[in-house]
Write a protein that binds this ligand. Structure first.
Ligand code: ZN
Length: 105
């Protein structure tokens, strides 16, 4: 496993970094920086792309939004059916794409 830091784009292959989601370059535990959100499309089975443009398969290529933006996308897209789910980048990195469309809360 590896991950690509959403801030500096550096890919870490260090197993400890991967487990703790620590970016050596940013010197940052990404868990403590949950400001980056991504949006999963159940309809397309893919992440929303940067600038809301298209869809991408890989989380590292996914568009990065503020929580406000991501939840706005989710709201606007889910008028007819629940097709999108906004979630924090750290959650996406840890658990992958969401498997259920409804919020657990
Ligand atoms: Zn970084």
């Amino acid at each position: 496993m590896s991950f690509t830091c959403p801030f500096c784009e550096t890919t870490s292959h260090h197993p400890m970094d991967d487990r703790e989601l620590y970016c050596n370059r940013c010197r940052l535990f990404l868990e403590e920086a949950p400001a980056i959100w991504v949006v999963w499309s159940f309809e397309h089975g893919a992440w929303w792309g940067p600038g809301r443009w298209g869809y991408v398969a890989e989380l590292r290529e996914a568009g990065r939004f503020t929580q406000r933006e991501a939840e706005q996308i989710e709201r606007e897209a889910n008028v007819v059916a629940v097709n999108e789910r906004a979630l924090a980048w750290v959650e996406a990195q840890r658990h992958g794409s969401p498997v259920i469309s409804a919020r657990e809360s």
